[in-house]
Design a protein around this ligand. Structure first.
Ligand code: PLP
Length: 390
């Protein structure tokens, strides 16, 4: 009866328009109709990646596209760098290790970003690095790595490819793949892209294609050359996630309705500030500094003396508000407030208000209404520049 108020870092709520688009009659992927759909869906979503390159569509979760980015570009024994600032950086390390790569791990404390200077220092003694892998938006901590600056470090100090996991960032955070010098950019459908799980998107530039063409190690299903060959005909090598591609076209309609992707980015920025200012007003600590704070997910430290598991369970049971807990070493120490994709300032106001109601139920000492007021102030002052379409 009651809706689940899903404030997770993915999967996230699906807009009605996207849902309806996905219920269109099924079509075959070897038809003119599919060619039209594929062209429309992949052309229009390029603005979200900031690229002129083709967007390849894999019928998979984000992990398969990360794996594709690894297996197509580097071979066992080769040296690579993985920048890890949390659980998903570690995940990238695991994928690379599984493929027998020699991994140099640039590891930061969870809750911190990696800076250009740190990467430059790290790269200095390494002369044979084939690729640098990094997470753009670290979902476990709410850090947005300064990928533009990191790309400069990679290209100024090595010949390596710069390969980015954009899952949980792309669709809500700025991305200028071509301008920044990202060689491969990957994302998944179920986070800021406003789609259900099951579609991975991957863009590859000319420099990376050259490396891929010369690379002898690859997988059959994740062979990007085969994806490129079929993309030239606006098709995929095997059966694609057709319904999700129909949904992807509708996502571009929504972005256009909002006034273009720059407006979508502004909305995410406003929501980020609403969440952060409301927590500050409640004297509840945030895990990350404002400087590298993610526009799509905020990690909030467990309020002093609160039983976090009981509190999150209570919010879900009584108010249908569903936050995500912490991962790995942050389990019990933080919870994560997702504000990505089909999420609006009104949704943030609702979640902050319910959070406060839950705190009162737990007799937590705070000034009731202070969080809502702070979020509202950010929202109202943003109204002049952001058009909110729902
Ligand atoms: N990378 C990041 C940053 C993620 O947040 C996730 C999922 O949460 C993944 C990779 C893995 O994606 P998937 O679960 O779609 O395979």
């Amino acid at each position: 009866m009651y809706p689940n108020i899903l404030r997770h870092p993915g999967p996230t709520p699906i807009p009605k328009k996207v849902e309806l688009a996905m219920t269109e009659n099924m079509i075959s992927h070897r038809t003119e109709e599919f060619v039209r759909l594929y062209k429309d869906a992949t052309e229009r979503i390029k603005s979200v990646f900031g690229t002129k390159q083709d967007i390849l569509l894999l019928p998979s979760g984000g992990t398969a596209a990360l794996e594709a980015a690894v297996v197509n570009t580097v071979s066992p024994g080769e040296e690579i760098v993985v920048i890890t600032v949390g659980a998903f950086g570690d995940y990238f390390v695991s994928i690379c290790e599984k493929y027998g790569l020699h991994v140099h791990k640039l590891e930061k404390n969870w809750g911190e970003a990696c800076t250009k200077e740190e990467l430059v220092e790290f790269l200095k003694p390494l002369s044979n690095i084939k690729a640098v892998f990094a997470t753009y938006n670290e979902t476990s901590t709410g850090i947005l790595n300064p990928v533009k600056q990191l790309a400069e470090a990679v290209h100024e100090h090595s010949n390596a490819l710069f390969i980015i996991d954009g899952v949980s960032g792309i669709g809500g955070a700025p991305a200028e793949m071509d301008e920044w010098g990202i060689d491969i950019l990957v994302t998944g459908s179920q986070k800021a892209m406003m789609l259900p799980p099951g579609l991975a998107l991957i863009a590859v530039n000319e420099k990376a294609w050259k490396v891929i063409e010369d690379n002898s190690s690859t997988s059959y299903y994740l062979n990007l050359l085969s994806y490129r060959e079929w993309a030239a005909k606006s098709m995929t090598p095997n059966t694609p996630a057709i319904s999700l591609i129909m949904g992807l076209s509708a996502v571009s309609d929504l972005i256009e309705e909002e006034g273009g992707f720059s407006k979508t980015i502004e909305r995410h920025e406003v929501m980020k500030n609403m969440v952060r200012e409301s927590m500050k007003a409640l004297s509840i600590e945030l895990l990350t500094s404002d400087e590298y704070a993610s526009p799509t997910i905020t990690a909030i430290r467990t309020p002093e003396g609160l039983n976090l598991a009981a509190y999150l369970g209570h919010l879900k049971k009584k108010y249908h508000l569903d936050f995500a807990g912490g991962l790995g070493p942050l389990q019990g120490k933080i919870f994560r407030f997702g504000h990505m994709g089909y999420c609006f300032p009104s949704d943030v106001l609702q979640a902050v208000s319910l959070m406060e109601a839950g705190l009162q139920d737990f007799s937590y000492e705070f000034e009731p209404g202070a969080g809502v007021k702070a979020a509202q102030d950010v929202f109202l002052s943003s109204l002049k520049k952001v058009a909110y379409v729902k």
